[in-house]
Design a protein around this ligand. Structure first.
Ligand code: SF4
Ligand code: SF4
Length: 205
């Protein structure tokens, strides 16, 4: 990623040869329908954009399709037949870390800033910061259908970051029956002043 600013007039390149033919695997696999048409990507719907670059709450309609993807997606790259010609990188920093292959959501939900920085030291994940990372973990927790995560999610209702609190409300409302969610959330609702958190109470009575 980068950009060059120049006063020079640059002639556009010729269009890339169409190598897709009748294939539409990437369009069909995309969990959030981020390709409105062949060769067009709506980045605002792309999980890689939403989980890495996007600041603030993730649009509600896209949270369920995100599933358990916490940092990026790249399903479209994984299914592209052209990528069978790609070579695995030899660079050590690009290798998957064994300790991060299947992290437990319960362990990630308790990360504070120091714990986040220590766990992701040397990893590109570190650059999104602990709060944005926790927002993503809470979406995965809400989508997990695992009630054992409820206490860990409830602990995030008191988080210092409003977007973390807002996403914790959304996750709890998915995992708990309505009556339990109302009782669990009533103290937060009474004390909350941030509009992004209060918006997550829509429909709770
Ligand atoms: S990275 Fe995932 S969400 Fe983004 S366009 Fe590809 S398949 Fe869709
Ligand atoms: S999966 Fe690859 S070859 Fe198929 S449509 Fe997408 S970019 Fe083209």
């Amino acid at each position: 990623m980068g950009e060059i600013l120049t006063e020079r007039r640059l002639e556009p390149d010729a269009a890339e040869t169409d190598r897709c033919g009748a294939c539409r695997r990437c369009l069909d696999v995309c969990p959030t329908d981020a390709f409105p048409a062949p060769y067009e990507l709506d980045a605002r719907r792309c999980i890689s954009y939403l989980t890495i670059e996007h600041d603030g709450p993730i649009p509600r309609a896209l949270r369920k399709p995100i599933g358990n993807r916490i940092y990026g997606c790249d399903d479209c790259l994984a299914v592209c037949p052209w990528n069978k010609f790609a070579h695995a990188a030899a660079e050590a920093k690009l290798q998957a870390r064994a300790d991060l292959e299947a992290p437990r959501l319960a362990d990630l939900l308790v990360l504070d800033d120091a714990g986040f920085r220590a766990l992701f030291s040397g990893s590109p994940i570190k650059r999104i910061g602990r709060d944005r990372f926790l927002r993503n973990v809470l979406i995965a927790a809400g989508n997990s259908a695992d009630p054992s995560l409820v206490p860990h999610i409830a602990a995030r209702l008191g988080d210092t970051d409003a977007v973390v609190r807002a996403t914790a409300v959304w996750a709890l409302r998915l995992l708990l029956p309505q009556a339990e969610a109302v009782s669990c959330l009533q103290d937060l609702r009474a004390a909350e002043t941030d509009a992004r958190v209060l918006a997550e109470f829509e429909g709770v009575s």
